[in-house]
Design a protein around this ligand. Structure first.
Ligand SMILES: NC(=O)c1ccc[n+]([C@@H]2O[C@H](COP(=O)([O-])OP(=O)(O)OC[C@H]3O[C@@H](n4cnc5c(N)ncnc54)[C@H](OP(=O)(O)O)[C@@H]3O)[C@@H](O)[C@H]2O)c1
Length: 338
């Protein structure tokens, strides 16, 4: 019997998660919910996804727009085995009581505070911690990218201290109101930034300091990473270690990929849906070890790296697969791994 999945919030993350759910042999997409009858509502209907109104007072807007609703979100949540909440930051916390009222386990996104959930989640790092949990948070795109990198380093060499500068995209491509347009902002200006403590929701004992900047870009985030290791591996060993991971893509030097623009072009050329890049993209040439200090650059696609994590979180919460099985199935069905 397939796991019946609801997606509440059908925007940047929600529509990707909904599509990914439909690719899983062990899941069924029961429906998606949103508040306004815009082009994404049309898309849901075109895709054959039952569309539910997230807010009762807005039902008539869908009627006026001629968009057929399957019902209201409460019915969707009641019927689902699990709900993925991909609403704007903070709305997930407001929705928590709805999910509790129907005993429906919920998976939230990184814009929610860690303290509204039982466990924060990255499949590579702590899949088992989410098994049977009622409220799980798939961490932010940046924390996902850092956790995927730090998990194998910690296991193979031990991490004494991580220091990361996050050069963050100003907004997603459709977020016309975000910026900066022509500036480079220390953001947040007070240091260290909140990103390190967010990584600690996955690795509580990890010593990590982070700094953030925002730049006029929409494509991806770029991380400048320095990890002091407890061992002194050769750079080639680190390359091999990171190359083994399915969700870490070592950019081959001969590809001539010099930044996020070329990475997105690479994804488009390979027919990725929405030019999504689910993997951490690590420049192999940047991997350098001096004594016990590792340095590298990686880029993460903010709109999509959390998508496979949401699929794995569904299996973790419902106890329908162990970590290895789930990750392998998610990777295969989505086509993760260039
Ligand atoms: N975008 C990223 O780069 C990114 C990366 C990682 C994690 N996240 C996190 O993922 C979450 C969602 O972000 P997003 O970027 O996907 O936001 P988004 O593009 O704004 O999508 C959220 C969608 O939720 C709908 N919505 C608004 N209020 C709602 C409600 N009360 N009930 C149901 N649906 C509602 C909105 O559509 P309607 O107004 O039409 O309902 C909107 O399309 C946030 O926690 C965010 O921090 C985002």
């Amino acid at each position: 019997m397939s796991v019946q999945v609801a997606v509440n919030g059908y925007g940047t993350i929600g529509k990707r998660v909904a599509d990914a759910v439909t690719l899983q042999p062990d899941m069924e997409l029961l429906g998606v919910a949103k508040t306004s009858p815009n082009h994404e509502a049309d898309l849901a209907v075109e895709n054959g996804y039952p569309l539910y109104a997230a807010v009762e007072e807005r039902v008539e807007l869908f009627d006026e727009a001629g968009i057929e609703l399957a019902g209201e979100v409460e019915e969707l949540v009641a019927a689902a085995d699990v709900v993925v909440d991909a609403c704007p930051s903070g709305i997930g916390a407001e929705n928590r009581s709805l999910y509790e009222a129907h005993d429906t386990p919920a998976i939230y996104q990184g814009g929610e505070d860690a303290d509204i959930v039982d466990v924060s989640f990255v499949a590579r790092a702590n899949y088992g911690a989410a098994t049977g949990a009622d409220h799980v948070r798939v961490v932010s795109c940046n924390t996902t990218g850092l956790s995927r990198l730090l998990a194998p380093l910690e296991e193979a060499y031990g991490v004494e201290k991580a220091r990361v500068t996050l050069v963050r995209r100003g907004g997603d491509p459709a977020q016309t109101g975000r910026g900066p347009i022509n500036d480079i902002l220390p953001n947040p200006v007070s240091l260290p930034s909140h990103h390190g403590p967010d990584v600690n929701t996955i690795f509580p004992d990890l010593d990590i300091d982070t700094l953030g900047l925002k730049v006029p870009a929409t494509l991806m985030h770029t991380h400048s990473v320095n990890v002091t290791l407890e061992a002194s591996p050769d750079a080639a060993d680190v390359v091999n270690l990171l190359d083994e991971g399915d969700r870490t893509f070592l950019i081959p030097p001969e590809h001539g990929i010099d930044g996020a623009g070329a990475l997105k072009e690479y994804a488009m050329d390979r027919g990725r849906p929405r030019a999504d890049i689910w993997e951490n993209c690590i420049w192999g040439e940047s991997i350098t070890v001096e004594d016990d200090d590792l340095y590298l650059f990686q880029a993460v696609h903010q709109e999509s790296d959390v998508v496979p994590e949401n699929i794995d979180a569904i299996r973790a919460v419902t106890g329908t697969a162990d970590a290895a099985e789930s990750v392998a199935r998610t990777n295969e069905t989505l086509g993760v791994g260039f």
